[in-house]
Design a protein around this ligand. Structure first.
Ligand SMILES: *[C@@H]1O[C@H](CO)[C@@H](O)[C@H](O)[C@H]1NC(C)=O
Ligand SMILES: *[C@@H]1O[C@H](CO)[C@@H](O)[C@H](O)[C@H]1NC(C)=O
Length: 427
């Protein structure tokens, strides 16, 4: 990696179980240079997500103190310029505030604060050496300052939680964003698959559909994100990437069980104790859903950032992707205040020849669904009805630009290997 430029990245996140693992992957990845964490509400409240950065750094710090030879595995842990830690939004731009504490726990890390007090952090303890700079500036101010301080189009802005902070940044400083941002990679949405929060909505978009809509479905060319630099990792592609707990037990922690037999720090590395303490509760919840694995949603977004640094593509073109990554341009609108469809990506299948195209070879479509292990029904219609025009100019004339959505990655097994090697140092 020496001599190669690293991709400067701002991580906008609401840790969260899978966010925390995604941040671990970022810290262990020499391709990235972490400039900042902007924590926001989301999986839990912003105070808890803020604390979780401390908890994660404490675990890595303890690990390196005990295994100094491992320090090389964490190239982003003690850089010359430590990343900034800023507090982002406490709630969405509009509408009610929703968390996902049933899944992530009130502390965002599966309630380890109660089950494993040894992993708690005293924020007032000034002797705690945390290798990042907590600042008083807001998430928007930090993002603005960093964008201005770097060459045009060099920074990747990764969104692993609700898109609220980015929407506020664009509201206040859109021209700087357009001039300076290199790439936005967001874990967001569900296109052709069910949601994971409601039947139709993915959590991050559900948590702030107003922000997602403002950024991704702008009403005119002078608002929203520069869409030719946006890449989405929707549930459609992230869900098939998993960390099977059998793999975790076999490779990382043979003593890993559930909360009935909580992780014991003795005889394990501090980092393994930390991840096992978090995952033991997640495993119980996932087993209730019939899956003995952790889904790697946010991890896919960071992986995409690692392998796809910003590049200047001709205006209007889709981002170029490195080998193994495939994107498709998708057109959708976002429901904000729906009675039952808040946060839904309403895809326009009339313009869409990538999903269920009229006249598509059904056997091929089904083979693709099978390959991705996605369930499908027998009654999917591929017929295109005649269009009914309505007398609502505004609704009909809204120009929508397509957005690059990841449809293929180098594969779940490649990610699983990368994660195991980088995060836990196991080949
Ligand atoms: C966290 O703890 C609270 C209170 O003890 C409990 O109601 C909740 O189910 C727990 N959540 C998780 C994810 O463990
Ligand atoms: C739903 O997806 C989000 C990613 O946006 C993830 O953080 C969250 O853990 C998922 N929830 C469940 C229950 O899988």
């Amino acid at each position: 990696m020496q001599g190669k430029t690293r991709t400067p990245i701002i991580i906008d996140t609401d840790p969260g179980v899978d966010d925390t693992l995604a941040i671990l992957l970022a810290i262990t990845s020499p391709e990235l240079e972490i400039l900042a964490y902007i924590v926001s509400f989301g999986n839990t409240d912003v105070h808890a997500t803020y604390d979780n950065i401390y908890k994660l750094y404490q675990a890595i710090g303890r690990h390196i103190a005990l295994h100094p030879e491992d320090a090389v595995r964490f190239p982003n842990f003690s850089p010359t310029v430590p990343p900034v830690l800023a507090v982002g939004p406490e709630g969405p731009l509009e509408g009610g505030r929703h968390f996902a504490q049933y899944f992530h726990g009130r502390d965002g890390l599966s309630n380890i604060s109660e089950r494993h007090p040894d992993l708690n952090v005293d924020l007032k303890d000034s002797s705690f050496d945390h290798n990042f700079q907590p600042v008083k500036e807001s998430g928007v101010e930090v993002a603005l300052r960093l964008l201005e301080s770097r060459p045009d189009r060099s920074i990747t802005y990764a969104v692993l939680g609700p898109m609220t902070n980015l929407a506020q940044l664009v509201r206040q400083h859109r021209q700087t964003v357009v001039d300076k941002i290199g790439r936005v990679i967001a874990m967001a949405g569900a296109l052709d698959v069910p949601g994971n929060t409601t039947s139709v909505a993915e959590f991050n978009v559900f948590a702030d559909p107003y922000a997602a809509k403002e950024l991704l479905v702008p009403t005119d060319p002078t608002s929203g994100l520069p869409l030719d630099r946006v890449i989405l990792a929707p549930l459609d592609i992230t869900t098939i990437h998993e960390l099977p707990f059998s793999h975790y037990i076999q490779k990382v922690d043979p003593a890993f069980k559930t909360t009935a037999q909580p992780s014991n720090a003795d005889g394990k590395s501090p980092l393994v104790h930390f991840t096992s303490s978090v995952f033991e509760r997640t495993r119980e919840i996932m087993l209730q859903y019939g899956k003995d694995a952790l889904e790697l949603h946010d991890i896919v977004a960071i992986w995409c950032a690692i392998e796809n640094p910003p590049e200047i593509n001709p205006v209007g073109d889709l981002p170029g992707m490195s080998s193994g990554w495939v994107i498709a341009e998708r057109t959708f609108d976002i429901e904000r205040a729906g009675e039952i469809t808040r946060g839904m990506f309403v895809t326009d299948r009339r313009k869409d020849n990538t999903a269920y195209a009229p006249g598509a070879n059904r056997a091929e479509v089904q083979a693709q669904l099978d390959l991705r292990r996605l369930g499908h029904g027998l009654l999917e219609s591929t017929a295109l009805p005649a269009r009914v025009e309505i007398e609502d100019q505004e609704l009909e004339q809204r120009q929508q630009k397509g957005i690059a959505c990841i449809v293929e990655t180098p594969g779940p097994s490649v990610l699983l290997q990368l994660l195991t090697r980088r995060v836990w140092g196991i080949q």
